[in-house]
Design a protein around this ligand. Structure first.
Ligand SMILES: [Zn+2]
Length: 424
C-alpha cells in the first residue's frame, strides 16, 4: 500500500489553518443544513466552487462526507449531486464515572446514538485503581462494540465530578470519589486505547453543554445547569458559551458555603450547598441506615434509591415529605445566588433533581420568588432535564464530535480503496 498523505504537512502553517477552518465550515454546514449540492454549499459559505470541490474531495477522503443520488462512472463532481455528512464511519465515546455508577455513551458524527449504558458501581467504596479498572473495562467493551459496527472512534472524553487539569487529564480532586491527583487520561490511554485521544472534563460542565445543544432548554444562551447527584455540580452557559474560568474550575457551586453551622462536606469544609441538596443529604434524611458512606455490602444504583423515595412519598411518609420540602427550599435558596450572579433565563436541573422535580421544583421556585430574585425584573424558571443521569456522558461524546467538526484533519485520510468504498 502506498503511504497515505496527511493532507496538511506540505503546505505553510497559515494556509493550513485557513484550510482547516474551511474544511470545518463545509462540514458544519452540511451537518446543520442537511444534504446539498456543491453549488449550494458554495453559495451559503461564500467559498468559491473550485475551493468547495477541493474541500469536498478531502472530506470524502477522510470518510466524513459522501454523495447521495445516482452516481455513474465518471459522474463524480457533476452539479446536483447532494453532499451529505457521512456520520456512519466516525464515532465519539463519552464515559462517566460517578459515586454510584459508571456510564458510556457513544454517537456517530451525525448524532445517532450507538451506545447508552449505565452500570451501578460503588466508586465511593473503592480505591481509584479499582474504579479505573472498572471504567477501563466498560471502555473496552464499548470500543469492541463500536469496532464491530465499523466505527472509527475519534476520541474519548471522560466526565468526572471534580476539578480537572484539562491539559493532561489529571483529576486534581474529586471529593466524593476520594480522588486526589489521579491521572485518568494517561491510565485509559495506556490501558485501553493508546491511539485514541483521551480527555477528561468536569461532569457538570459536560452536562451543561449537552443541555445547551440537545436538552429541554436547548439554545437558551444564558442557562445554569445543576447536577443532582451524591454531590452537586454546576455548569454555567453565559452568552452561549460555557464559563470556564482561569483554571477551568468555574461552576463548583456545590461547594459554596450556605450554612456555617451545617454538616461536614466531602471536600473537608462545612456547610457546603451539596450537604443540603445532594442526593447523599436526601438519603441521609430519609434512609439513615442506608446512607452513602455507610457500608452495607450492597451497591445501589441511584434509580433504586429514588424508586423507594418516590414510593414512600406517594404513601405520604412524613419523613420523606419533610425531606423533599427541605431540599426544595435549599435548592431555591442556593439558586438565588446563582440568579443574582449570572442572570440565567432557566436553571436546568438534572440527575435526581429531575427525577423528583415535581416534588422539588415548586418549592424551589417559590423560594426564588420569596427572596425577590425573580419576578418583574428578572425571569428565571427551573426546568427538569430529560437527559437523565446520562447528560454528562452525552456531553462527553458531544465534545469529541465538536472537536472533529472544528478540525476534520484529526481524522486520518483513508487508504484509497476504502475512500472509494465509502464514497460509493
Ligand atoms: Zn464541600
Amino acid at each position: 500500500m502506498r503511504p497515505v498523505p496527511n493532507g496538511l504537512a506540505d503546505i505553510p502553517a497559515d494556509q493550513a489553518t485557513v484550510r482547516r477552518s474551511n474544511l470545518s465550515l463545509v462540514l458544519r454546514h452540511l451537518r446543520e443544513h442537511g444534504p446539498q449540492s456543491r453549488s449550494a454549499v458554495a453559495a451559503a459559505t461564500g467559498l468559491n466552487k473550485t475551493t468547495v470541490t477541493s474541500l469536498v474531495g478531502e472530506l470524502r477522503a477522510r470518510g466524513l462526507i459522501r454523495e447521495n443520488g445516482p452516481q455513474h462512472a465518471g459522474a463524480v463532481g457533476r452539479p446536483g449531486l447532494a453532499l451529505t455528512l457521512d456520520g456512519t464511519r466516525v464515532g465519539a465515546l463519552g464515559l462517566e464515572i460517578n459515586v454510584d455508577y459508571i456510564a458510556a455513551f457513544a454517537t456517530d458524527l451525525g448524532g445517532r446514538v450507538l451506545i447508552d449504558r449505565r452500570v451501578g458501581f460503588d466508586a465511593m467504596g473503592c480505591d481509584p485503581e479499582r474504579s479505573l479498572d472498572e471504567l477501563a473495562r466498560l471502555a473496552r467493551e464499548a470500543l469492541a462494540e463500536l469496532g464491530l459496527l465499523g466505527i472509527h472512534v475519534a476520541g474519548i472524553t471522560v466526565a468526572v465530578p471534580g476539578l480537572i487539569d484539562g491539559a493532561n487529564g489529571v483529576v486534581h480532586v474529586a471529593p466524593n470519589l476520594g480522588w486526589y491527583g489521579v491521572p485518568v487520561a494517561e491510565r485509559l490511554s495506556w490501558d485501553v486505547a493508546p491511539t485514541i485521544p483521551v480527555t477528561v472534563v468536569n461532569d457538570a460542565n459536560l452536562a451543561a453543554l449537552a443541555e445547551f445543544t440537545s436538552g429541554v432548554a436547548a439554545g437558551t444562551t444564558d442557562l445554569v445547569y445543576l447536577t443532582g447527584e451524591v454531590g452537586v455540580g454546576g455548569g454555567i452557559i453565559a452568552g452561549g458559551r460555557l464559563l470556564g474560568g482561569a483554571d477551568g474550575f468555574a461552576g463548583e457551586v456545590g461547594h459554596v458555603m450556605v450554612d456555617s453551622a451545617g454538616e461536614r462536606c466531602g471536600c473537608g469544609r462545612t456547610g457546603c450547598w451539596e450537604t443540603k441538596v445532594g442526593l447523599a443529604a436526601l438519603v441521609r434524611m430519609v434512609t439513615p441506615d442506608h446512607a452513602y458512606g455507610v457500608p452495607d455490602g450492597i451497591v445501589r444504583d441511584p434509580e433504586e434509591r429514588l424508586a423507594e423515595i418516590e414510593r414512600r412519598q406517594a404513601e405520604g411518609d412524613p419523613q420523606v415529605v419533610h425531606a423533599l420540602a427541605e431540599v426544595g427550599r435549599w435548592l431555591g435558596l442556593g439558586s438565588a445566588t446563582l440568579v443574582r450572579l449570572f442572570n440565567p433565563r432557566v436553571i436546568v436541573v438534572g440527575g435526581y433533581f429531575a427525577r423528583l422535580s415535581e416534588h422539588l421544583l415548586p418549592r424551589a421556585q417559590a423560594e426564588l420568588t420569596r427572596l425577590g430574585v425573580t419576578g418583574t425584573v428578572a425571569h428565571c424558571t427551573f426546568v427538569a432535564s430529560d437527559l437523565g443521569f446520562g447528560a454528562a456522558s452525552r456531553g462527553a461524546a458531544g465534545v469529541v464530535v465538536d472537536r472533529v467538526l472544528a478540525d476534520p484533519t484529526a481524522i486520518e485520510i483513508l487508504p484509497p480503496e476504502m475512500s472509494t468504498i465509502s464514497g460509493a
